[in-house]
Each structure stands twice: as structure tokens, then as C-alpha cells.
Design a protein around this ligand. Structure first.
Ligand code: SAM
Length: 227
């Protein structure tokens, strides 16, 4: 049974498309999308041999070998320009997703839909999209097994949400408008974390004060000894 997170990712796939799922691991998403008639064909990309073999295994077990091609390789290097209609990069950190997009720029045409699901640092993904003229066309935030996940859907050359503000890059232009319960929970938690960082910094300053005092004391002691 596919996770709630990946089901939501799948809900953004354009119907009857050919997808590339980059970092597919077990290839659960492409197999689910085919079995449910969402897509016609898929490529499951993996950079690591273990997950690549897991993908091959799932595809064979589902008897989908003619429709899902598993390819071993780094990021978008496993696809050629214009080969797919939709690229999915899910379940990784925002920085890694950004790097995969940046390194794979030459494999991107203007026609694909990108469905990106960063586990952390979604602002890095939005900043990359914004600076490379991809428009965010939808977003989602959801909670599963005590984790909060964000999904960002982007397309090229639709003049929506270009030039995001700092706060939109951080929180998401659609998510900020929707402000659902999960969004509020996430940012209450983030604010809490930041407050704790400030507290610990204050403690560090205290530690520094104490260290300064020790140093002064030692200096004084040395002076007394020398006398
Ligand atoms: N996409 C699946 C999901 O959302 O459940 C699997 C996520 S799994 C945590 C991340 C996968 O990305 C790993 O299997 C890892 O091998 C793969 N990966 C990491 N960097 C990659 C890269 N540069 N290119 C392709 N795959 C990569």
C-alpha cells in the first residue's frame, strides 16, 4: 500500500503521461501510477545499486517490465531532453533536489511538469525554481507518521508566482495562503526550535562570561605569584 505522501505526489501527475521518478528506490510510485492507470510509461532512476536492484525487483514482481525502465545513474542523467512529460524527485533533502535540478539543467525542456517533494529545506527548491524561471503552480503540505512533508509542483513559462518574496520562498506561496493545520503546526514547531537556538546561544554567552572571568582570575593569580 502506497504511503499517503506518495499518493499525494501521484495526484499531481498529468494523466496519460510518461514520467521519470528520480531516486525511485523501490519504484513503488511508478508501479502504483501504472497499476492505477494514471500514466502510460515510466523511467525509474537510481544512483545507488541497492535501491536500483529493489526497483528492478518491484517492477518484475508487478509484471511491468515493458512499461517501467529502471536506469542506474546520477540524477537527471538517466533521461534525455524531452523524453518525459513529468519528472518526480521525492523523499530527499531540498539541497539534494536543488543539486539534481541544477546538474541536470541540460536534460530539462520547457514542457515537463516537475513534482518535487523535499523532506527538509524546501526553500532551497523554491529559490532554485524561481531563479531558473520555473513557476510554482501548486503546493501541498501533509503529515504522516509524525513527519511533515511538502510537495511543490512547477511548470515552465506560466507567469504565475514569479519573483517570490523571501517569506514565499521559505513557507511556500500556496501554503502560506492556505494556512492549513499542518502548516500552522510546522511553523509553530519551527518557531519553537528557533527560540531554543536563541536560548542556547544565550547560554553560550554566559559560558563565555564565565571563561572570561576564569582568564582574568588566572592572570591575577599569576601576577600575585610573580610578586
Ligand atoms: N523517491 C522515493 C520516495 O519518495 O519514497 C525514495 C526516496 S529515498 C529516501 C531517496 C533515494 O534517492 C535513495 O534510494 C537514493 O539512492 C536516491 N538518490 C539520492 N541521490 C540521488 C541522485 N543524485 N540521483 C538518483 N537517485 C538518488
Amino acid at each position: 500500500n502506497l504511503s499517503k505522501r506518495l499518493k499525494k505526489v501521484a495526484s499531481y501527475i498529468p494523466r496519460n503521461s510518461k514520467i521519470a521518478d528520480i531516486g525511485s528506490d523501490h519504484a513503488y510510485l511508478p508501479c502504483y501510477a501504472l497499476q492505477n492507470g494514471l500514466i502510460n510509461e515510466a523511467i525509474a532512476g537510481e544512483v545507488n545499486e541497492g535501491p536500483y536492484l529493489s526497483a528492478v525487483h518491484t517492477v518484475e514482481e508487478c509484471q511491468l517490465s515493458t512499461l517501467v525502465q529502471c536506469r542506474l545513474g546520477n540524477g537527471l542523467s538517466v533521461i534525455s531532453k524531452g523524453e518525459v512529460d513529468c519528472i518526480i524527485i521525492a523523499g530527499m533533502g531540498g539541497e539534494l533536489i536543488k543539486q539534481i535540478l541544477e546538474n541536470g539543467k541540460s536534460q530539462l525542456s520547457t514542457k515537463e511538469r516537475l513534482i518535487l517533494q523535499p523532506n527538509v529545506a524546501s526553500d532551497r527548491v523554491r529559490t532554485w525554481l524561481d531563479t531558473n524561471d520555473w513557476s510554482i503552480i501548486d503546493e501541498s503540505i501533509l503529515e504522516e507518521d509524525q513527519h511533515i512533508y511538502e510537495i511543490i509542483v512547477a511548470e515552465k513559462s506560466k507567469e504565475i508566482h514569479q519573483n517570490l518574496s523571501d517569506i514565499e520562498r521559505l513557507m511556500g506561496p500556496y501554503l502560506i495562503k492556505e494556512k492549513n493545520d499542518v502548516f500552522i503546526k510546522k511553523w509553530a514547531h519551527e518557531a519553537d526550535k528557533m527560540r531554543k537556538i536563541i536560548e542556547s546561544l544565550k547560554e553560550t554567552t554566559q559560558t563565555e562570561n564565565i571563561l572570561n572571568k576564569i582568564e582574568l582570575f588566572c592572570e591575577r593569580e599569576n601576577q600575585i605569584r610573580r610578586q
